[in-house]
Structures are given as C-alpha cells and as structure tokens.
Design a protein around this ligand. Structure first.
Ligand code: MSP
Length: 690
C-alpha cells in the first residue's frame, strides 16, 4: 500500500470560497449526523465528528459562542435486528454501543457539548409534537405503501418493478418487499418552495457541486414520503395510532432541534444557537437537503443555515465502513498515533468535500514530513536557540526590524488571513497549507541567517536577537493558528515556549506581531512530534490488526453465547454479521489457500515479532514469507511443519524483506496468541484448500 491522496492537489470543491462558518456572528451551532448503533464506531464516524470539534474550537478561539451536537440514532428495524442477533434486549444493546462510541471518540480529543440519543424521552416527546404539527397543518395522510425497502439504508428504493429479487444498489443485499398501511408526508407539495429556497440561499446546500445535484433531483419531481411503519416495533409511536411507529429518518433528523429544546417548552438554547451548520456524508445528503427542510417548512421552523456534504474516506478505492468491513480500526489507530496526529492528517490529507484514500502509510508520511520535520522541528530549533543564546528568555521583535524580518512578518500575516478565509469555507487542507507555508518561510529565514554563526560573534548580538525574535514570534503565531486542529500539542508547545494562558483562548487574528507577552524562562525543550519509524510501525500494525477481530467478537457477545450463533442469526436477519461480514462463494474463491512445508526459519534482526520463513508450495522455487509469530514460535519449532498459506496475497515489504504470502494461524486467548493451522493427514505441498 502506498499513501495516496485523492484530494491533495485538486481544486477545492468549494471553489467559490463561500463562507460557511459563522465568522463575524455571535453564535455558531454545528452538528454531526447521529450514528446508527448497529455497528461499532469506525474512522468514517470519527471523521465528521473531528471536523465538528475543530470547527467549534476554531469559532470559540475567535470569541464566538459555539455549540457542538453529536449523538446516536437508536431506533429502527436494523437496530432491533442487531440486538436480536446478539440475543440481548434492544435497550441493553443500544446502551452498550453508545458507550463504545463515546469511548472511541474521547481519545481523539473530541469534546462535544451534547450527546443526543433518539431514545431520550425529551426527544421522543418532541418528535411526536413535530408529527402532530405537520398533521394539524394537513401535511400527513394515511394510505398504503407497497415497495422495496433496504433495512440498512432505512429507505424505500425505486427499482424496476420487473425485477423479482432486487438488490440495494449501495449495500448489494436483497431488498425486502413491504406492503403495509402507512402514513405519508406530502413531500410533493414542497417541490416549488424548496426550489425557491435553494435559489435564494445558495449557501444552504454546499459544496456547489452537491447543491446542483440536489436541485436537479428536486426539479425532477418529488413523491410523497412514507413516514410510518407497522412492522417496526422499536421506534416512537405515532401520536394517536400506536400500531404505527414513526419512520426512523423523521425521528433522527428532528434531533437537531429537539436537542436544543424545541417542543419541550425550554427553548433558550434553540433561540440562541439555531440555525445550524449540518455536516453530513454525501450519502445522506438528500435526506438533509430535501426531506429535513420540507419537514421544517411544514412546521414553520427556520431552516438550517447550511447542509455541507463531505466525501467518503476510502480504502482500496472503496468507502470504508461496516458493510465492507474495511474500515481502519480506531483501536489500532489510537494505540499507535496521538489524537493530534490523526486530526491533522484527516484535515490535511483529505480535501473536505471530496473522497480521500486513507492509509497508515499516508498517515506516517504526513506525521514525519509536516509534523516532525515541519512544525516540530521549527519549535525545537527555535526554543533550543532561545535557551542556548538567551538563557531561556526569548527576545521580542523591535520596531525597526530588518527588511528580511519584515518580509517574514508579512508572510505570516498573509498566511493568517488565508488560513481564516479557507477555514471559513471549510477548505481545511488549504488552510493548513497556508499555515505550513508560514512555517517554511520561518525555516528559510533561520537557515539564511545562520544564527549559530552569529552567536559566535559578540558584535552580531543585535542581529542575533532580531533573528531569534522573528523565529520565536512566527512560531507563536503559527501555534495559535493550528491550536483548534491540534489542541494538545499546541498547548504543549505553548508551554514549552514559556507562554502563559491557553492558545485556544487567544484569537490569532487579534494577536499582533510583536505584541507584549507574558513569558517565563524556557527550561525544557522536547520534540513535540518525534519522527516515526515507518517500517517498524507498519509491522506493529500488521501484528496488532489481528487482535481486535477476536476482541470484537468478545465485545459483541457479552451474553456469553457462541459468536457463531449470533452471526447466524444476524445473517438470517439480512444484516452484516458481527464481527465479520457475509461473503459470497465467489469472494472466497478469490483467496488461494495452499498447503506448504516450512524449509527454513530464522528471526528477523531488530524485529521481535517477525520470523523469516522459506516455504515449499510445490512451485519451481521455494518462497520467502514473513510471519509475525516469533514471540510464540522459535525457528526450530516451525522447520518441517506443514502449514497453510494464502498464496495469492500481493507481495509486500517488511523490514526491507519481501514477503510472498501469509501463513494461517488461529488467534487464541486474551493476547491473541497465534496457533498455526495444519493438517492431520498427509497433504502434498501446493494442494489447494477449497
Ligand atoms: N443514522 C444515520 C444518520 C442520521 S442523521 C439525522 C446514518 N448513520 S451512519 O452511522 O450510517 O452514518 C453516519 C455518518 O457517517 C454518515 O454521514 C456517513 O456518511 C458517515 N460515514 C460512514 N462511513 C464513512 C466513510 N467511510 N467516510 C466518511 N464518512 C462516512 O447514516
């Protein structure tokens, strides 16, 4: 795998640089989608939540009263089924998964103001109230629905009626035929009002490319929307007709206002913060940009300020997620990387609004180039010089600074301006690029002026002071800029700089160049971002990745039932089995499993976990395979053993050695101890397992 970045060099999707954030206003309200609790949290969920956190910190730093809402979407057939598959009561299931979400988000530095759950009684009552208002206004009627439904999307699908067993185009799973009595919302009546609204408020759906999609969808005609189910029990009862439950999307979308007290009589927060900026994945844009505003129009509630659709995080070109089971594991991520490293990487590497390929290699490369060699190195070299040449007390820029220093000041001012402009348009990658251009400019200034030479010449003392003052001040300005993205490390560098206060409470745009500062002696300089050994970490990740799978099985089977029973039930329920996923026989046939004999084995120097094996696969030449089993098997234990090898795995390099295949082992016990798979009868090398 190589670190690819589909966003890096492209034009930003928000090319008009429309202001999305609430700069210049008094309040700011940002929301993430509320997450389904039928699967474990993964990086695709962390992504918009990190962005919301960064935006909240960014606004607060600029003195804007801000509110950040996230939470969980806990009703619906799929959640009912996920709980049934595990054999636990639905409430217990949802409580556990909510706990997992919160535990997964906290180490990423995510600090939300409110976590809404659609099972909160206040929310449930408010949703019923919204329903009643729509009903009173004549926008709800009862009829019958017949159509194809995807339980994973929680949506009816338009399919060719001639197809007898249609699949969901997104999940590629069979759709269910539903024919039942249902309440309908008169969505069709809102076609014109919506089109007029999009026209008048170009900032309502963003980026522009998504706005155009929404407009052409609505212009194509809107059908009334089925908004109740009789077959789903786990949901909010329809007022006055409890044999129906309210459609999960009606329930879920309402969270953005019920969380602030809409419908409860206590609407101080609603008055203060609404309308919101909704961050949503492009896959759920239509629900937010068509259905949601129509519900609000119907109820006479002000519409959200902006619905911003971001792209998908991809792995191997495909959306990461529970359906494909290909998501980067948050456990592995947080064991190897800090929150700030992950946050910076996601914002810098993926152009917000576009899809972006995410790999561990890409993450390590970014950390090493931008954080270790970039910001971290600037901080260490600058602070070390302050300590060595000025006894730890940073000199300050003087009024009549040199022309060269004035150029640095100008460049930093420009970078600050660009940073806020790009950030305001949610072009995070370009905003960070602007900050890093400032870092590069300071670095160049230091290198050009060679302070280490000036330090040897007592006559050059004033010049040396000017150089270090410029570098230190430039660093101070940059740290303020990046603080919302990397709160922990910014505070760490700030403290190392001897500065008082919290960088997250100082508006960078009000921090003037050379302003008086309250500073204490710089005592300790330690690298903020140590450089990472890519090969070593990749091996650790390889070894680590195997463990969570077994842990996952345990987590999802807290009842003590056999996981296989849960998986069977899940597959019968037509949903992805936990913890793995259901594959077809064709998927399995892609994997070439073959019998082999280990001819040679040795430990790989400086890699505790790795054995280098030479194996006979019945081919003309033996193959070299690297296996992460050295802590459990000595080389002499495996020589001569019959093993099973994935023979068609793409070759990859570990510790500079090529591995041409992978051996199979069971992962056993708490520590995931590998136990080699083998045969009890004699099998020739190269025999295929089917
Ligand atoms: N429960 C609904 C949202 C209701 S909001 C009123 C839902 N939940 S979800 O858990 O399936 O997805 C939540 C969000 O995560 C969506 O915006 C989706 O786009 C996002 N992501 C899930 N996988 C993702 C990636 N691989 N990449 C980026 N975002 C992804 O939909």
């Amino acid at each position: 795998m190589t670190g690819r970045n589909s966003g890096r060099d492209r034009r930003s999707p928000n090319s008009s640089n429309r202001l999305i954030t609430n700069m210049g206003e008094k309040t700011f309200y940002v929301t993430t989608p509320i997450y389904y609790v039928n699967a474990k949290p993964h990086i695709g969920h962390a992504y918009p939540t990190i962005v919301a956190d960064v935006l909240t910190r960014f606004h607060r730093q600029r003195g804007i009263d801000s509110y950040f809402l996230t939470g969980t979407d806990e009703h619906g057939i799929n959640i009912e089924r996920a709980a049934a598959a595990r054999g636990v009561p639905v409430k217990q299931h949802v409580d556990e998964i909510v706990g997992e979400f919160k535990t997964a988000f906290a180490p990423l530095g995510i600090e939300y103001d409110q976590w809404i759950r659609t099972t909160d009684p206040i929310h449930e009552a408010a949703v019923q109230k919204l329903w009643q208002i729509l009903d009173e206004r004549g926008h709800i009627y009862k009829s019958r629905y017949e159509g194809w439904y995807c339980g994973n999307c929680n949506e009816f699908k338009d399919v060719d009626e001639k197809t007898t067993e249609p699949l969901c185009p997104i999940h590629e799973r069979p759709l269910e035929r539903l024919a039942e009595e249902s309440y309908f919302f008169r969505l069709s009546a809102f076609q014109q009002p919506l089109l007029e609204y999009y026209e008048k408020h170009p900032e309502f759906v963003q980026p522009d490319v998504r706005r155009n999609e929404v407009i052409s969808f609505v212009a194509g005609g809107l059908k009334d929307l089925s908004i109740s189910r009789v077959s789903v029990k786990w949901g909010i009862p329809v007022p006055g007709d409890p044999s129906h439950t309210i459609y999960v999307w009606f329930d879920a979308l309402s969270n953005y206002i019920t969380a602030l007290g809409w419908g409860s009589g206590e609407h101080e927060k609603l008055d203060r913060y609404w309308p919101a900026l909704h961050l949503v994945g492009k896959d759920i844009l239509r629900l937010h940009a068509v259905h949601w505003p129509a519900f609000l129009m119907s109820a006479g509630v002000e519409l959200p300020r902006t619905v911003y659709a971001h792209g998908m995080l991809l792995r191997g070109g495909q959306k990461m997620g529970k359906t494909l089971g290909n998501a980067i594991d948050l456990g592995v991520l947080k064991r190897r990387f800090s929150a700030d490293q992950i946050r910076y990487f996601l914002l810098r590497d993926v152009a917000f609004g576009q899809d972006g390929e995410v790999t561990y290699e890409g993450l390590i490369d970014r950390i090493n180039s931008d954080l270790a060699d970039g910001l971290g190195n600037l901080a260490s070299r600058t602070l070390t010089m302050v300590r060595n040449y000025f006894e730890g007390y940073p000199p300050r820029p003087v009024r009549d600074q040199t022309d060269e220093a004035a150029v640095v000041q100008r460049r930093i001012d420009e970078a600050k301006g660009r940073f806020d402009e790009e950030f305001g348009a949610l072009n995070f990658s370009r905003a960070l690029e602007a900050a890093w251009s400032g870092i590069a400019r300071i670095d160049k200034f230091i290198t050009d002026n060679q302070p280490w030479k000036l330090a040897k010449d007592p006559a050059a003392r004033a010049e040396l002071e000017g150089v270090i003052a410029t570098a230190y001040e430039g660093l101070r300005q940059i740290v303020l800029l990046v603080a919302p993205v990397m709160p922990t490390t910014s505070r760490e560098i700030w403290n190392q700089m001897g500065l008082s206060g919290d960088p997250l409470r100082i508006n960078p745009q009000e921090a003037g160049w050379g302003d008086p500062i309250d500073v204490s002696k710089i005592e300790r300089v330690s690298p903020a971002f140590p450089k990472l050994d890519k090969e070593k970490i990749m091996i650790e990740i390889e070894n680590d990745s195997a463990t969570p799978v077994s842990q996952e099985a345990k987590q999802h089977d807290s009842t003590g039932q056999q996981a296989s029973a849960g998986e069977k039930a899940a597959s019968q329920a037509g949903m992805p089995a936990l913890p793995g996923q259901i594959i077809t026989i064709d998927d399995f046939a892609k994997i070439e499993l073959r019998a082999a004999t280990v001819l040679e084995a040795e430990k790989v120097p400086k890699a505790d976990k790795l054995l280098r094996l030479v194996v006979d696969l019945g081919e003309a030449q033996p193959r070299q395979i690297l296996a992460g089993i050295a802590q459990y098997y000595a080389p002499e234990d495996v020589v001569g053993r019959k093993i099973i090898v994935v023979a068609n795995l793409a070759p990859r390099k570990l510790r500079g050695l090529e591995s041409n295949g992978m051996l199979l082992a069971a992962s056993v016990g708490e520590d995931g101890r590998p136990v080699l798979a083998t045969f009890t009868e004699d099998v020739p090398n190269g025999a295929r397992l089917k």
